[in-house]
Write a protein that binds this ligand. Structure first.
Ligand SMILES: O=P(O)(O)O[C@H]1O[C@H](CO)[C@@H](O)[C@H]1O
Ligand SMILES: O=c1cc[nH]c(=O)[nH]1
Length: 236
């Protein structure tokens, strides 16, 4: 076991879907996986391992924000041998052509988090990127499933509530949407040598009033889940 995960080596598959919401992890395990075993419940950060089309896949809740997510990623990779992590998250739409419930594949993630600067020091601005093969696979898998995806840069915000940020400027520079983890996921992917991708569903509009409910965010983002599971087992 590790500090925040009460499992043993071998309990997790080498590929893990990582939603922020532990109840989304439960929903995925109960509705998409066969032969499911719960492998973590410490702090109610639920983790499960099961089978998708005969292949072992795990799903683990990461909590909100880079600090919480980084704890789970470090422990999954260092103590449980995880090699591929696909975040399945919600996000707010920023770009004008991104609509409620659209699926975004985050090719890169800008951020106002200090993690990149604290890693490299001032004056160097690291560009956190998705694993290209995973991204390419997810894009083509989505096409085969008939699901349209938007691919590009997203913004991993350090704060959910932030009055000081100029969202219009992010829109002007082509940022598709905002969430709170992907830059940290991609930075850790590079550091710890695992494959990383964020697949996101638009849960609300930054420049509009439409939004999904908490229950919808937990239980209805099936396009994102199907793309991610098919990507997880592609080539196996
Ligand atoms: O739906 P999840 O995966 O938690 O992702 C988004 O939702 C949370 C904020 O409501 C943040 O974690 C953000 O990144
Ligand atoms: O982090 C998030 C998630 C969903 N919507 C937002 O605006 N921000």
């Amino acid at each position: 076991m590790s500090t925040h995960i009460d499992a043993k080596m071998g309990d997790y598959a080498d590929v893990v879907l990582l939603p922020g919401d532990p109840l989304r992890a439960k929903y995925i395990a109960e509705n998409f996986l066969d032969n499911v075993k719960q492998v973590n419940s410490v702090r109610n950060a639920f983790g499960y391992t099961g089978e998708y089309k005969g292949h072992r896949v795990s799903v683990q809740g990461s909590g909100m924000g880079i600090p919480s997510m980084s704890i789970y990623i470090n422990e999954l990779v260092k103590f449980f041998g995880v090699k591929t992590i696909i975040r399945v998250g919600s996000c707010g739409a920023i770009a004008p052509d991104v609509h409620l419930r659209d699926v975004i594949l985050a090719q890169g993630s800008s951020t106002d988090s200090a993690v990149t600067m604290n890693t490299f020091g001032p004056g160097f601005h690291y560009a956190p990127l998705a694993d290209f093969k995973l991204l390419d696979t997810a894009y083509h898998v989505a096409g085969k499933l008939g699901i349209d995806t938007k691919v590009g840069d997203i913004f991993a915000a350090d704060r959910f509530y932030n009055d000081e940020l100029d969202m219009q400027k992010l829109r002007d520079y082509g940022i598709l949407g905002t969430e709170m983890e992907s830059a940290g996921l991609y930075l850790l992917g590079a550091k710890l040598h695992f494959r990383a991708l964020s697949v996101l569903t638009v849960s609300d509009l930054i420049f509009g009033d439409e939004k999904t409910t908490a229950e919808e965010r937990e239980k209805t983002f099936n396009d994102m889940i199907n793309i991610s599971l098919e990507t997880a087992i592609a080539g196996k």
